[in-house]
Design a protein around this ligand. Structure first.
Ligand code: GDP
Ligand code: MG
Length: 442
């Protein structure tokens, strides 16, 4: 994200809600930043449009500029698109042995290296017995390369037999995997400099002979738009289950990841971060989003925006507490805060008078699972009930407890805690705002 963008963002004026003009100004610059990061034009355009719709009309957070707020929305949307629902990231479907994993991609994309990296990971992290086989019949050196890497990472490779074609080797690997009691067998296919029919036909034949549980496309993350075209073609002609982006240790800006995700809809499962056998990591949408936006500052800025938004929420909540309002929604927020902060040190711990109670509750054996169960009880209430807990008579209690899979006695305990906290809030309200804010919330 260029300096130009920061400038444009600073100039945006503050209003009650983000106006279309605010958002449009910021997004013009965001679109440029995306293109600079190698995101393809149609993807950048669609992305900007989605952000525009999300951002327009959002309430302006007081202490950050509208421009910063748009950047935060852009960042969050990037993370969302890149990560999808998180399904499949960092994981391979290799539960039913012997599970075939087919590695495909262009020559030089990092298939052989990535095959060995994944095999090492599967055997070391998941205790799987892995067999690797090279189907690269055109280059005998490629077969030897995999054997060398196999010895290096302590993973077996299928013995090399001269004169067999790719399908024959794949079948032999399948048989050997079954006989040898392997959990996973990985097929490292030959690549080409470009996608061609012969390559696709060969890969498709191997696919049909083995029925892979995963077909992973390995692409060079530095090749930007080309990588996306390659992904589209492989997905269209062979069908892929996930993508691995290599050379993410280089100075590419990660835009390929966004385009790839948007165009194929397939999860990016791992990224390669170097030539060493440990240089592979689960795809991290946050990190790549930061990289696409182009500067570390952005991430700091986004964090600051987030903090500010939370502080404003807390302030609004405190105002309500002072008026003696403390309903189940407030309690749920407190509980969620505790989960996030890892204990009772949350908002409550920061408020005068509450620290002691927080400790008492903690000593009474209050851990995450208890908090989660309490949140489940609150979730089981209707909106009306949450806003007005006085409504909770016997039949409602029964329904709520059953809905959360718990006993009425659990619910009663929660209600008691709520009453105690509400009383405390009321008392603190009388102490006045000043006394409260000294607690460190201001
Ligand atoms: P293949 O032709 O697709 O099998 O590609 P190779 O696995 O033989 O890799 C080609 C070159 O890229 C080798 O020199 C690898 O060490 C290198 N390589 C593979 N993955 C990465 C990566 O994530 N980062 C870097 N910097 N180099 C990589
Ligand atoms: Mg290779």
């Amino acid at each position: 994200l260029s300096e130009r963008l920061s400038g444009a963002l600073e100039r945006l004026t503050r209003q009650g809600a983000l106006t279309e003009a605010d958002v449009a100004t910021a997004l013009r610059e965001v679109r440029v930043a995306l293109l600079e990061a190698d995101v393809s034009l149609p993807v950048a355009r669609d992305f900007a449009k989605a952000v525009q719709e999300k951002a327009t009309g959002q309430a302006v957070t007081k202490s950050i500029t509208p421009g910063q707020q748009v950047v935060k929305i852009v960042h969050d949307e990037l993370v969302r698109v890149l990560g999808g629902d998180g399904e499949g990231i960092g994981r391979l479907k290799v539960d039913t042995p012997p599970a075939p994993v087919l590695m495909v991609g262009l020559q030089g994309s990092g298939k052989t290296t990535t095959t060995a990296k994944l095999a090492k990971r599967l055997s070391e992290k998941e205790g799987k017995r892995v067999l690797m086989a090279s189907l690269d019949t055109r280059r005998p050196a490629a077969m030897e390369q995999l054997a060398v890497l196999g010895r290096q990472v302590g993973v077996d490779t299928l013995p090399i037999v001269a004169g067999q074609d790719a399908v024959a080797i794949a079948k032999r690997a399948k048989q050997q995997a079954a006989l040898g009691g392997y959990d996973v067998y990985m097929l490292d296919t030959a690549g080409r400099l470009h996608v061609d029919d012969e390559l696709m036909a060969e890969v498709a034949a191997v696919r049909d002979a083995t029925g892979p549980h995963e077909t992973l496309l390995v692409v060079d993350g530095l090749t930007g738009q080309d990588a996306v075209n390659v992904a589209e073609q492989f997905d269209g002609r062979v069908g892929i289950s996930g993508v691995i982006l290599t050379r993410m240790d280089g100075d590419g800006r990660g835009g390929a990841a966004l385009s790839m995700r948007a165009v194929t809809g397939k999860p990016i499962k791992f990224v390669g971060l170097g030539e060493k056998m440990d240089a592979i990591e689960e795809f991290d949408a946050q990190r790549v989003a930061g990289r696409i936006l182009g500067m570390g500052d952005i991430v700091a800025l986004v964090e600051k925006a987030q903090e500010t938004i939370e502080a404003e929420q807390a302030e609004r909540m405190m105002k309500r507490f002072q008026k003696g309002q403390f309903n189940m929604n407030d309690l749920r927020m407190q509980l969620e805060q505790m989960l996030k902060m890892g204990g009772m040190q949350g908002l409550m711990g920061m408020m005068p008078g509450m620290g002691k109670m927080a400790r008492q509750v903690e000593e009474a054996g209050f851990d995450d699972s208890v908090i989660r169960r309490q949140i489940a009880l609150i979730n089981s209430m209707t909106r009306k009930e949450r806003a007005n807990p006085d409504l909770l008579q016997a039949s409602r209690k029964k329904r709520i407890a059953a809905g959360a899979g718990q006993d009425v006695s659990d619910l009663n305990r929660l209600l008691k805690m709520h009453r105690q906290m509400a009383d405390m809030m009321k008392k603190m309200g009388k102490m006045g705002k000043k006394g409260l804010m000294r607690g460190g919330l201001g």
